[in-house]
Write a protein that binds this ligand. Structure first.
Ligand code: GDP
Length: 199
């Protein structure tokens, strides 16, 4: 997809700030430091969207970007920062819950998993959360460049198994360094949603 425009709309702090104009939404979910900002910037091409974080776990807002005036990127706060207080985790869960409960006709989520680390317990929780809310997911294994060619396939297979993904659920190896997986991810995001959500 050719990116003609990518605009920051706002940081949503509560439900009333979420989009209401019915445009499709792609929400990006993952633990802090998974490579979400880097991925968003690669997806948006030369348009710099998200700041690559130096202080993981700091952002507790839902950042909304409008791409080509017809699709929202919803940058959900990163979770699982080891030093985050329980109150911060509760806040994260409440914000995610509020977002997922807000009505949207066309919403999908991209769940980011660190290819080297694999799914953490909080990743599994996020995956269940999305499933429970009927949101179709695409899973991206980030930082795939850190794995040797030979290690990639088994790592992807392990992620698929540990997350218990259905066969139809796409799992894409991605590198913000090399750009690998970008075209595949764009293709996936542009695909119509499956009729019955479930992953
Ligand atoms: P976020 O907290 O999820 O937004 O993660 P960032 O995008 O800020 O990235 C966290 C760290 O991982 C940074 O040091 C990035 O340079 C590094 N990183 C992100 N993506 C990649 C990647 O594809 N390959 C490699 N090798 N490092 C990456």
């Amino acid at each position: 997809m050719k990116i003609e425009s990518a605009e920051f709309i706002r940081s949503a702090m509560s439900e009333r700030d979420f989009p209401r104009d019915g445009l499709p939404e792609v929400a990006f979910v993952g633990r802090s430091n998974v490579g979400k900002s880097s991925l968003l910037n690669v997806l948006a091409g030369q348009h710099k969207l998200a700041r690559v974080s130096r202080t993981p776990g700091r952002t507790q807002a839902v950042n909304l970007f409008l791409i080509n005036r017809r699709l929202y990127f919803v940058d959900l706060p990163g979770y699982g920062y080891a030093r985050a207080a329980k109150s911060a985790r509760d806040e994260w869960a409440a914000l995610l819950e509020a977002y997922l409960r807000s009505p949207a006709a066309n919403r999908r989520a991209v769940l980011l998993i660190d290819a080297v680390v694999g799914p953490t317990p909080l990743d599994l929780e996020a995956r269940r959360y999305l499933d429970r809310h009927g949101v179709a997911i695409t899973v991206v294994a980030t930082k795939i460049d850190k794995l040797s060619r030979g290690a990639r396939k088994p790592a992807l297979a392990a992620i698929r198994r540990e997350l218990d993904l259905r066969e139809e659920t796409s799992l894409i190896g991605f590198s913000a360094k090399s750009g690998e997986g970008t075209a595949e991810l764009w293709k996936e995001i542009g695909r119509p949603l499956p009729q019955a959500a479930g992953n």
